[in-house]
Design a protein around this ligand. Sequence first.
Ligand SMILES: Nc1ncnc2c1ncn2[C@@H]1O[C@H](COP(=O)(O)OP(=O)(O)OP(=O)(O)O)[C@@H](O)[C@H]1O
Length: 264
Amino acid sequence: MAVMMSAQDLAFGYGGKAIGQGVDISVNSGEVMCLMGPNGCGKTTLFRTLLGLLPPLGGRLEMRGRPVQAYTRAEFARHVAYVPQAGSSYFPFTVLNVVMMARASRIGTFATPSAHDRELSFAALDRLGLSHLAERSFNEISGGERQMTLIARALVQEAELIVMDEPTASLDFGNQARVLDCINELRGSGLSIVLSTHDPGHAFACADRAVLMKQGRVVADGSPSEAVTPESLHGLYGVEVAVEFMQGAGRSICAPALGRFRQE
Ligand SMILES: Nc1ncnc2c1ncn2[C@@H]1O[C@H](COP(=O)(O)OP(=O)(O)OP(=O)(O)O)[C@@H](O)[C@H]1O
């Protein structure tokens, strides 16, 4: 399998101060990697570095065998798309226009989108079941719809790798499932995806690889069943966690064992 992005002995952080170091990870073509770790362990800082927004403080970071810093922003955007957390929105644009804006990396920032760009944007919305929202204001749709719109936006960028920062954060149960389903569908189409999550069960739901990070260092990296275990999760979060296969869901799920269970 071709390596899409790789980091070797990567150190990353802000203003010369390392938040993480000694990170060796690689994302293969068509692979979904799920990154997890406690608050403040450095997930977002690592993502900013992978996205070329922060310069590496040490080590090597390559996209398709070429240092990330050697790419121009426009060139890089043709390979890598970013899905930020939807949060609150201040985009006074229609959903279709928010998606279409991502075509800028293909057509030039100041070029006018063509009928083809419009068609592609509409098709991406349709693929995620959002076409009925195309003319609605991005400010006036729900958080889940916004998150899915941002995924559609990443798709029209036609990148090979999509980096998603906690794509299920603040989504209700149904929308979390829709986003995970959507990631699974994209995974089948050959795209590489790196996502972060606070629910280790998401690794079983949609990932080929799980990477566990603590205090800026990778402490486990493997298939979800190798890397996500009661022991590794206890080491990561300091709580007892049950990791069990659930027949009805067709995959393993993770649930913290609360006080009542600990005493049994
Ligand atoms: N702009 C910044 N300048 C300096 N330090 C920062 C900056 N942003 C974050 N940090 C620090 O870097 C560390 C890692 O933060 P980061 O946001 O990468 O963690 P995270 O794993 O994404 O956390 P969370 O799960 O809470 O989102 C934290 O100690 C944080 O205080």
